[in-house]
Design a protein around this ligand. Structure first.
Ligand SMILES: *[C@@H]1O[C@H](CO)[C@@H](O)[C@H](O)[C@H]1NC(C)=O
Ligand SMILES: *[C@@H]1O[C@H](CO)[C@@H](O)[C@H](O)[C@H]1NC(C)=O
Length: 194
């Protein structure tokens, strides 16, 4: 009689051990994949929270990397909106308006890329290369948009109170660009997996 709860608890222990080793394995998988990016620490810290969903799946890792990127672009877009509402007459608002569009387009491009590689695990042949190629093109375009936004501020050089806003936008966009760069590097490495 006593053996039933005993073996049951053994089963529980072994189940949680499997989970622990999968997470362990996934952590090292994420760390290794992130070591191929330009910002490995940012890559690891932003993606390790998803390790149980990522497992050892490179496509899932790439998809989460893109969603993390979107997660950094969206608040930036909202921040720009709020600044534009406050400072319609500010000399830098022309650059900000441009940024708003550029960032909006970047969000669409990253979102499209995430969809493009969804299900890549079960695709074969030219379909795989085609989809990876599209995601690479779109992520590169998103990075170009981000760079253009930052450069727009350098040309303005507004001075005064605009400078805080500029600095804030520049910091947020630099971070978003690092996430995009990491996502692109992870997508590049999909070529070796499929
Ligand atoms: C750990 O990951 C490797 C590849 O990264 C895989 O081959 C192996 O099956 C994984 N082991 C477990 C227990 O998930
Ligand atoms: C990324 O976000 C999109 C939109 O919210 C969602 O449909 C998709 O499942 C997410 N991808 C992952 C890997 O969670």
């Amino acid at each position: 009689m006593a053996s039933i709860p005993f073996s049951f608890s053994l089963l529980l222990v072994s189940c949680s051990m499997v989970t622990a080793s999968t997470n362990q394995n996934s952590s090292s998988f994420i760390r290794t994949s992130c070591s191929l990016t330009l910002y490995p620490d940012l890559c690891y810290s932003s993606l390790s929270p998803y390790k149980s969903q990522v497992g050892n799946n490179p496509v899932m890792l790439a998809r989460f990397a893109m969603n993390v990127t979107i997660g950094s672009l969206k608040p930036l877009s909202m921040y720009i909106d709020s600044v534009l509402q406050r400072t319609a007459a500010d000399p830098s608002s022309g650059a900000l308006k441009d940024c708003k569009e550029l960032i909006g387009d970047a969000i669409d491009l990253v979102r499209k890329s995430e969809k493009e590689i969804t299900g890549l695990e079960v695709m074969v042949g030219s379909q795989v290369n085609w989809r990876i190629g599209n995601a690479q093109t779109w992520l590169s375009a998103a990075m170009t948009n981000e760079g253009t936004c930052v450069n727009g501020f350098e040309e303005v050089g507004s001075g005064g109170s605009g400078e805080d806003v500029e600095m804030e936008v520049r910091q947020k966009i630099t971070r978003a660009k690092q996430h995009t760069s990491n996502a692109l590097a992870i997508v590049n490495s999909l070529r070796n997996s499929y």
